[in-house]
Design a protein around this ligand. Structure first.
Ligand code: 5GP
Ligand code: ZN
Length: 113
């Protein structure tokens, strides 16, 4: 999608620190980490948020979760990790290209919101 930051990152037009990629997904480190390990995973195809992706392509949404877990394993998050998908304004989603946050590498806060 024209002008979308994460479409540009997936296409390699904006640099990022890649942690994983395949035909459908791209995963990279968050520029402003909220935990010792903080990566994002995005579908290469543009969907604004998880509500849209899960409606239009539930199989891809499921595969994204599976791949997020694979990335967590590759990042060495043996002791656990947290997956977060901010969806829409109340969740303060700031980039309107759906993404799952992968957080770990330390004990995370009790609070999730
Ligand atoms: P959201 O608030 O939409 O759930 O999360 C967007 C995330 O994208 C934030 O954690 C933010 O730090 C990250 N982010 C925003 N711009 C960039 C960028 O240009 N590069 C990288 N690697 N992460 C970004
Ligand atoms: Zn996009």
């Amino acid at each position: 999608m024209n002008g979308c930051l994460f479409c540009k990152i997936a296409a390699g037009e904006i640099p990022s620190t890649k942690v994983y990629e395949d035909e459908k997904f791209y995963s990279f480190l968050d520029i402003n980490p909220q935990a010792k390990v903080h990566a994002l995973i995005i579908p290469r195809e543009h969907y604004a948020d998880m509500a849209e992706l899960s409606k239009k392509d539930p199989a891809l949404a499921g595969k994204m979760l599976k791949t997020a877990c694979l990335v967590a394993e590759q990042l060495g998050l043996k002791n656990g990790f947290r997956l977060i998908t901010n969806t829409g304004a109340d969740a303060r989603q700031s980039v309107r290209h759906t993404h799952v946050h992968i957080l770990g590498g330390e004990e995370l806060s009790d609070r999730m919101g």
